[in-house]
Design a protein around this ligand. Sequence first.
Ligand SMILES: [Zn+2]
Length: 380
Amino acid sequence: MNTLLRTVPLGRYRGVAVGAHWSTLVVVLLIAQVVAVSFLPATAPGYSPVSYWLVGVLAAMAFMLSLLGHELMHALVAKRFGVGVRRIDLWLLGGATELTEPPPTPRADLLVALAGPGASAVTAVVAGVAATALNAAGGPALVVSPLIWLAAANVLLAAFNLVPAAPLDGGRVLRAIVWWRTGDQARGERVASVAGRAFGLVLAVVGAGEVLLGQISGLWLVLMGAFLVVSASAEQSYNQVRHQLEGVLVREVMTPDPPVAPGWWTADSFLHACTADRHQRVFPVISFDGTPVGVVSIADLVRVPDRANTRVSDVAREVPTARPGEPVLDVIGRASPTTGRNVVPVLEGGRLVGVLGAEDVAWATEISRAVRLGDRETSS
Ligand SMILES: [Zn+2]
């Protein structure tokens, strides 16, 4: 993965991996700056800039924690409905909880979506009550003020997320309601996606207008709007693939008995042998006794400095494998066979029986528009 996209693992909570992208730091600093330079001097006057900055950083970190709480509630409710949670990430534009599959029923979909804004609302109430109590007890403004800010920020977070536009939580709510009313999940997804692209476009246009009028903060709206348009579109393409490949098994789609790379050959001799077959660029690698040990691409081998003295098995990459009887969708979620420089070795009883690659998946999605793959009799 690109280094810019990589997230720093923060730990695990109830089996869910939590991470933060480096851009989270940018958000913490920007929030700290707004709180320290504008909000606190106006609402709690008479303190030193150092105290404002200290409290500003603490408030920003408290906000990120409340955002994490929002995402964790999505994850925990999803798990209650038996939906796997791949990971939670914080980044520039907030947080993201990645589920392994969509919730199984409209009710589950609705409750998973509402859990996040619900958590933000609870945080807002707790912070608001604490601020009121402290204020009544004569607590210092430098403590009361950031609590009020935290409450307001969480109200805004919940409200923005409830806009009915994918991929925001409100988009999930819309999807669940359409699914519930029509019994058609795909229709719910389409409606939420169209709303997501429309809302994203509106945000981007409003933001661009602000920038043109000299308000540089409009860039955030442009960024957020563009993100919504791109994610709503990507999500919709994935949903289509998901519906097309529903119930399709690996054995129906894989390339059986593919050419393999013998691990004990040198990189040089294998590359020369490759010129006989010009159609394959990624190969499963097997050891001398026929055990699969990974995959290797022509590009991997070409990059080796000393090709005459390097074995293919030394260059092989370990990759996730698949079983012939498992759903293709599970494999896509786990092993990304569609990146082009990867194939997924398909193993049965420890032996290689086929590979699943980008071409196989593309073929399956295209042909499944005409032929129901799951219903076919298969010989393997
Ligand atoms: Zn959410």
